[in-house]
Design a protein around this ligand. Structure first.
Ligand SMILES: C[S@@+](CC[C@H](N)C(=O)[O-])C[C@H]1O[C@@H](n2cnc3c(N)ncnc32)[C@H](O)[C@@H]1O
Length: 445
């Protein structure tokens, strides 16, 4: 049974991370990265229709030589999808656990973890935009809660009575002391533009640092085509308003960024380049009623004010409300009610949201293991699969096998269908806490 405690004002948040409430030893199972287990083809299809803010929840990995993805875009209340990146000093590592032949992405502690530490892992060797900031500046992944905050959490977790208390302004301020607000991170415009390029979430054992900001500029030499663009996608330059319908703009064929034609053209004039673009055949495929040529949002960007006012830094609050809006509009089925009751530890004025997960398909003890308990798989076809190891057998099931999530085994013959049938779903976890560091915006209460 997973138990999560969440600081939240539900709607207005700009930073979330998962923190431990207890001691973990090296090798302990922490969390599962849960979501829809989908094939490469389905991953590519969703990539085309998802807003950038949802794409960051798609975790690609290799399993039996095939590229699969766990899509955690839908907020199901689970915590695995909310664990942040730390490529310098992570305390956990994602591994593929095979249960009855189906892959599950699971986080294991790589060292002992104290109460109050943020759970982090290395997202892998990619040019993640937040890594573009100087390492001497705010490091969000090294937050550790103070002992009193941990005690508060433990107290809060033991409270069973749900409460409908709404946080007061002073409570919100207290929570904000726990960690810096995300928008304090000095993401520069180059990093922001680069965000749309971030697609791969494949893990790598090597620790790596992203290229400095100068290098980032080199990454995408945009090849743009005229294209009808989803109402939820914003111009990468002016971050203009979301249109009610599709709008006609430019889309980069390489990085899938979008621009108003006027913004793109201004941008490249500034850079001393010719503005030109191909006419996409995509326009032919579009139904007339779905878009307005030269829509309002396109026209709005023609104002010289907007063209010259470039956002100083990326607005994380907007990004996250985008996630919510996009998720709400893309998924018609009701959200699971795992996260239900708002509990408040009134002593210190801290708000927490108590979450209880549905019954899991296997016991937590099935997944608990320590490095020294792991042995290499010795079957002939598996023996060349690096890093693949046994876990204790689950009663009444096939053996559970564990691999690093970027491992592949081309020798294995399991079909995608087999793997996908066991969607990376339920697992159990306790003692982890999710914090939302709340915006001071009073509007929500
Ligand atoms: C899988 S989500 C993790 C949960 C996320 N913090 C949230 O609140 O939804 C991945 C996103 O979290 C943010 N993120 C993860 N690690 C980060 C870090 N070390 N610094 C800044 N942002 C980070 C990025 O926006 C990234 O796209």
């Amino acid at each position: 049974m997973e138990e999560a405690v969440r600081f939240s004002l539900l709607q207005k948040f700009d930073w979330r991370g998962v923190f431990s409430c207890t001691e973990f030893d090296k090798g302990d199972f922490l969390l599962e990265y849960r979501g829809d287990l989908i094939s490469k083809e389905e991953y590519e299809r969703r990539q085309r229709i998802y807003h950038d803010a949802l794409k960051v929840f798609m975790f690609e990995f290799r399993y039996n030589g095939k590229l699969l993805c766990v899509d955690a875009a839908r907020d199901d209340g689970s915590l695995g999808r909310l664990v942040n990146d730390d490529h310098i000093n992570p305390n956990s590592r994602m591994r593929t656990i095979s249960v009855d032949g189906k892959p599950h992405l699971c986080l294991f502690a790589t060292r002992s973890i104290s109460p109050g530490e943020e759970i982090t892992y290395d997202y892998g060797d990619s040019e993640w935009p937040w890594r573009c900031t100087a390492h001497s500046e705010v490091e969000p992944s090294t937050h550790t809660l103070s002992q009193s905050e941990v005690t508060d959490l433990e107290k809060a977790r033991s409270e069973v009575e749900p409460s409908t208390h709404t946080l007061s302004q002073s409570e919100v301020t207290d929570l904000e002391k726990v960690a810096p607000k995300k928008d304090q991170l000095p993401l520069d415009q180059d990093c922001v533009e680069k965000m749309s390029l971030v697609k791969e979430h494949v893990l790598n054992e090597e620790q790596s640092f992203c290229a400095p900001a100068e290098g980032v500029k080199e990454v995408c030499k945009h090849v743009v085509v005229t294209s009808a663009i989803s109402s939820m996608d914003k111009c990468a330059e002016c971050v203009g308003p979301v249109a009610a319908l599709k709008w006609i703009g430019l889309r980069c064929k390489l990085c899938s960024s979008f621009w108003h034609k006027s913004c793109y053209s201004k941008l490249h004039e500034w850079n001393g380049k010719q503005s030109s673009w191909e006419v996409s055949s995509e326009e032919d495929e579009l139904s007339d009623e779905e878009y307005i040529p030269q829509s309002e949002s396109d026209n709005q960007s023609d104002s010289s004010d907007e063209l010259t006012t470039r956002p100083a830094c990326y607005d994380q609050a907007n990004l996250l409300s985008d996630i919510q809006e996009a998720a709400a509009s893309k998924f018609s089925e009701p959200q699971r009610s795992d996260v239900t009751a708002l509990n408040v530890s009134k002593g210190k004025g801290k708000g927490v949201l108590k979450a209880r997960e549905a019954a899991s398909v296997y016991n937590e003890s099935d997944l608990l293991c320590h490095e020294e308990q792991l042995t290499d798989v010795e079957t002939d076809s598996d023996s060349d699969c690096s890093g693949e190891r046994h876990l204790p057998r689950k009663q009444g099931s096939d053996e559970i096998r564990m691999t690093d999530s970027d491992d592949s085994d081309p020798e294995e013959s399991d079909s995608d269908d087999d793997a996908l049938a066991g969607a990376a779903g339920d697992s159990s976890n306790a003692d982890l806490v999710l914090f939302n560091h709340l915006s001071l915006d009073n509007a929500a209460y």
